[in-house]
Structures are given as C-alpha cells and as structure tokens.
Design a protein around this ligand. Structure first.
Ligand code: NFS
Ligand code: SF4
Length: 639
C-alpha cells in the first residue's frame, strides 16, 4: 500500500503487520504476479486434454475451442458461481422461514408482517384471514419452489416493467427455476457443449436474472420478513469502533441468520454480566463485509471494516472472536490470528477453515449456538496481549431500503417516487447511479470508490450503494446528510436538504442489489421517465470488483437494461469479439451494456455521459431555469 493513501487506518495497520512479519493480502499481492493468460480469460482447464492456453501462436484449444468460446465460457462460469453463492444463501433463509413458521426454528419469527403480505401477494397467495405463521409457511414453500421449479417463469420477473419482460421473452432469457439455470450454465460450459459466444452470454444472462430477480431478491425479502425491513438509522464505521475495555466480537460473512442471532445474544443481560465478571465493561459487536451491512441496516450495529480489512481487524489485537459463515472469508485468517489471541470461529457447514474452531450453526438451536460463540469470546478477553486499536471511526446513516426511500420521498400518507421522478425531470437531480463493488489490495484503498462517488454527486447524480463499496464510502463520510453540503451539486444538495437524506443512500448487502432493481422498476412505474429501466437516466458501477458474485451482479444489471462500468478489467481481453459483444452489441439486445474504465474520473465521465444521453432521449436535457425553493415547495418535499 502506498504511503499517503486515503485509508490511513488500513495503511498503518498493514505496515505494523509487515513489521511483525505477518502476511496480509497487501503483502501477498506484491509477491503474486497475475497469470497473463488467465487475466485475459484465455486459459481453459475444462478437460484433461488441456489445460489449454490460447495465444496468437495457439489460437485454439486441443478440442478446437476458440478464444471467443473460452473467454465466454470462463465469463459464464463466473456468473454461475456468483449466482450459486447468492442462491445457496437465499435458500437457507427460505428454509429458516419455513422452519420458523412451523415452530421448529423457535428463535426466529416473522418480524415484518406487512412485507410478508406483500411477498405473499406477489406469489399469488391469498392473504385474507390467514394467521401469520400459516401465511409464512406458504410464502416459504413458494420461495423454495422457485429454486426447484423446472418450467415456467420465476415469480418476481413480474416486478419488472412490462416492456422489460417483453424484451426478456423475445431473447428467451426468462429464468425458469433458480437451480436449473445454474446447473444448465455449468453444463453448457463443459467440453463439447455450447460453443457459440453469443449463446453462452445470453444463457449466462438468464442465469444472472435468476440471481437478481430470483434468489437475491428472495433473500432480501425473506430477510426483511424475518429481521425487519430497514429504516434510516445512524451508526459508525471503521476499525476505531472496536473497544479497548469491552469484549469485541466481529461477525464476518454474509448470512444474517447467524449475525443477527449473535447480535441478540450479545445484548442479553446474562452475557453482559459474564463479560463483566471477566473484567470487561460489556460486549461490543461489530461486522465485516456484507453480514455487517445486514445488521447495520436493521440494528445499527457498527461496521469494523470491509473485505480488505478482515485481516487488519485481527492485527488490532482487540478482536476476541471473529465469527464467520460463508463467502469472502480469507483463508489466511487463522494464520494472522496465530500472532494474536483472536479465536476464529467458522459456523457454516459449507465452509470450514483449517486452523479455525468449527461450531456448526443450526437454526433449530440458534440461540444456544450463538450463546456458545459469545461465551467463547468472553472467555478469550483476558488473553489479549498486544492491543492497538486505531482511533478512526466515522458517522454514517444507512437503512435505505426501497420502502424507506419511498417513505422518505413521499411521506407517510403518500409514499411514492413522484418527487424523485419530478426532480430528475426538472434536472435538479440529473440521474441515479448504483455504485456497488468489492475491495482489492490496491495501492490506494477506497480511493476509487470515494472519488467516483464524489464526482457523481458533485454532478447532481443521486448515488445508491451496497456491499463493500458502501463501507468504503462510509469510512470517508459520504453516507451522512452533511456530505450533501460538502460534495453534492446545487440541485442534488437542495433536494437532500429538503428531504433530509444523504446524497449517497446505503441500500444494504450485495444480495440487496435486488433493491436497486426494484427502485429502478419503481421509477419507471411512477411515470415520466420512459417505459423501461433502460430509458431511465441511470448507470451502474462496480469499482475494485473482486468476487465472481460481482460479475453475476454486473450481468443481471446489463440484462435488466443498465449501462454498467466495471474496474479493473473483466478477464475477457483475449477475445476482442467478446469485448465488442459485451461492450457494444449487447445494448441492441437488452438496452444495457458492460464497460470498463481504469480510473474514478473515467468511470464517472462514462456514467455521466450515459445519463446525459438518456436525458436527451427523454427530451429532458434542456437546462431549466433554476428555481429557488419557496416555502410551499419545501413543504411539498418534506416528510
Ligand atoms: Ni459483495 Fe459481500 Fe464485499 Fe464484494 Fe464480498 S463482502 S457479497 S462480494 S467483497 S462487496
Ligand atoms: Fe483445452 Fe478444449 Fe479441454 Fe478446454 S475443453 S482444456 S480448450 S481441450
């Protein structure tokens, strides 16, 4: 990491780790030279005639596969893997709803009946006169059928604008069942099956839609049912949220079934008493990665850091237990923990790590297991040695679910997107950008996320965020209402101040990118900004993408009509034909397209250009005379 990076906290800790001879991703990246063939998407190991490396000298694999086929297959497999990850998570949540409804998973219950009724209605389930648990059981069963269904269409496809559904139908990419689309795509990409680049990409679109409008959307909705739909709330972010004099438990991973339960237990009187007996003042819970976003959004639990801060969190010497479940958990954690007292606890049956303590989580005994975990942390408190907690933590406001945005904008009696649409039409807000994404062990961590978002809001583009990108921007103060006066353009600032929202809205974890789809669909439904998602002055970006999940997400945004810019490159450069297809031609099919840019300035410029193009097509590009808000207009906007 370069001296003078904007993420001073990470820089200091990474440096200290290095001095102690501890290996972190930052160090390992310096030593690792990326395979140039793989980086271009030109390595195939789908059969044992290979692995084949495609180069100008060897333009086809032993089976005759071209670079185009191989690049498309590799890309499609990333979509399949990313979709599988979101889907396995989602299935577990649906099963828990089923077991909770039947009284078998007693520690979970329906927390949001309104959301339950909404989801039931979208499944075509009659709600009238039904007792909550009965309805929840039916909703859970309908949700589980979405995974195993072999024919027909996924239920939430209907939540997309009519025109969008027609586009998908014409392209033949409406997902039939979640599991089926993942299995079929893996099948297609094995040796000797689908060899046509375009066919592979379209098929991966169908799989990605089974993610965005399928499993991710189900995860979001069912989690809202079980844990509550997020509302705006305040919290803090960065490693400074760890406490010197309290038992620090860090939850890391993705599924709130675990993290929410640990949060409940760490607030129990008994547990706090136990912690006090060990000399601590209390129990402090903090999160890393998307599970952090889940409990931040619903409970205001502070965030310790993002993906690239998981190893650094342990190097503070103040983490008494790091409790992980699935996804984005580095193999290296037990190794880093060896130099400190931290107990790394794995909980998911799908994810064990050598060197960690495995306490398998079971939803039927959720509280008991969470208690075991919390007690382990308490008992470990007195083993701390070298403690070095950075001071930095930043305030943030999160909790902007689709429902919350609707409410904030429209007010309690007339929740609606009308004020947003009106402000886009009158030009105060130029457009909407979804900025999501991961973190890489780069020279200047967070910089790309932060500078991109500043550039966008400075140009009156309202930003919606999720995942580790939201955490990166939160660390630098962008998720506060004050960011509007500091960084937003005059129009956006005016709207944010009138409504009382930050210019950057945190919408949740990566599965909650499905909320962005619903928000886009709601803008279309509200009227005045075209008939389809691809008409709306909006664009997406994914800086510092890391996981295959990011590619799956990018693909469902493109398939849904969104122009989406990734950074850095997306491992298809070995095939100029595939680049041309994804970066240009696909727009004629779905109205969305992929792009890549290497600096925050370039990403922002491309997104803003696209937003301007869409404004022009809608005929709302003319500069309107600036109207200063009078009292009546303000009242109109106020909640
Ligand atoms: Ni998303 Fe979440 Fe972070 Fe990237 Fe990983 S935590 S699901 S994949 S790294 S944003
Ligand atoms: Fe090589 Fe074809 Fe086998 Fe891939 S599938 S490893 S390109 S022979």
């Amino acid at each position: 990491m370069a001296e003078g990076s904007i993420d001073k906290t990470s820089q200091d800790l990474a440096k200290k780790a290095e001095e102690k001879g501890i290996s972190t991703a930052y160090k390992r990246r310096e030593q690792m030279k990326a395979c140039p063939i793989g980086a271009q998407g030109m390595c195939c190991k789908h059969c044992n005639m290979g692995p084949c490396r495609i180069t100008p000298k060897n333009p086809t694999g032993i089976c005759g596969a071209t670079g185009d086929t191989i690049a498309a297959r590799n890309f499609a497999r990333m979509v399949a893997a990313g979709t599988a990850a979101h889907s396995d998570h989602s299935r577990e949540v649906a099963l828990t709803l089923l077991h909770a409804a039947r009284g078998e998973a007693k520690d979970y219950e329906v927390k949001d009946e309104k959301k339950l009724a909404k989801v039931a209605t979208d499944f075509g389930i009659e709600t009238r006169g039904k007792e909550t648990n009965k309805l929840a059981e039916e909703v859970a069963q309908a949700a589980l059928t979405q995974f195993t269904q072999q024919e027909g269409e996924l239920a939430f496809i209907k939540r997309a604008p009519k025109k969008r559904q027609e586009i998908w139908k014409k392209l033949g990419i409406i997902p039939r069942g979640i599991d089926r689309e993942i299995v079929e795509l893996i099948h297609r990409t094995t040796i000797g099956v689908d060899q046509d680049m375009e066919s592979l990409i379209l098929s991966s679109m169908r799989t990605s839609l089974a993610n965005g409008w399928g499993s991710s959307m189900l995860a979001t909705d069912i989690q809202d049912i079980l844990f509550g739909t997020p509302k705006p709330l305040k919290s803090k972010v960065n490693l400074g949220v760890l406490k010197d004099d309290q038992v620090n438990i860090v939850v890391h991973g993705h599924n709130p079934l675990l993290s929410d339960m640990v949060a409940t237990i760490s607030e129990e009187k008994d547990m706090i008493e136990k912690a006090k007996k060990k000399g601590a003042k209390g129990i402090n819970l903090a999160g890393i990665c998307c599970t952090a976003n889940e409990i931040l959004m619903r409970r205001g639990v502070p965030i310790a850091g993002h993906f690239q801060q998981q190893e650094l969190a342990i190097t503070t010497g103040a983490v008494d237990a790091m409790v992980v479940d699935v996804q984005c958990v580095m193999n290296s954690l037990p190794d880093v923990a060896k130099c400190f007292h931290t107990e790394v606890i794995t909980t998911a049956p799908q994810a064990e790590i050598r060197g960690a303590t495995h306490i398998p989580f079971d939803e039927h005994k959720a509280k008991d297991i969470a208690r075991q975990i919390v007690e382990k942390a308490i008992n470990n408190y007195s083993n701390r040695k070298d403690v070095n907690i950075p001071k930095d933590s930043t305030d943030l406001v999160a909790g902007f679910s689709h429902e919350a945005i609707n409410y904030m904008l429209g007010g309690s009696f007339r929740s609606s997107y009308r004020p947003l649409n009106d402000n886009i039409m009158n030009g105060r807000i130029q457009g909407v950008a979804g900025v999501v994404g991961c973190n890489l062990p780069v020279e200047n961590p967070d910089e790309m996320h932060v500078e991109l978002v500043k550039e966008l809001i400075g140009n009156d583009v309202l930003v919606i965020q999720s995942g580790c990108s939201a955490i990166a921007c939160a660390k630098h103060g962008l998720l506060t209402p004050e960011a509007a006066s500091k960084y937003a353009g005059p129009g956006l600032k005016e709207v944010c101040e009138a409504v009382g929202i930050p210019p950057v809205l945190h919408t949740g974890a990566c599965v909650d990118n499905s909320r962005i789809l619903i928000e886009a669909a709601s803008i279309v439904k509200e009227g005045g900004l075209g008939e389809d998602i691809s008409d709306v002055p909006a664009a997406g970006a994914c800086p510092e993408w890391m996981s295959e999940k990011a590619i799956a997400i990018g693909q469902y945004f493109v398939a849904s009509g969104v122009y989406t810019v990734f950074s850095p490159e997306i491992q298809i450069q070995g095939s100029p034909n595939l680049e041309k297809f994804l970066f240009q031609e696909v727009e004629k099919l779905t109205g969305g397209k992929w792009d890549v840019a290497l600096t925050s300035k370039d990403i922002a410029a491309k997104m803003i250009d696209h937003i301007k193009k869409k404004r022009k097509a809608l005929g709302i590009d003319k500069e309107k005379e600036r109207v200063l808000y009078d009292m009546a207009m303000r009242r109109e906007l106020e909640v």
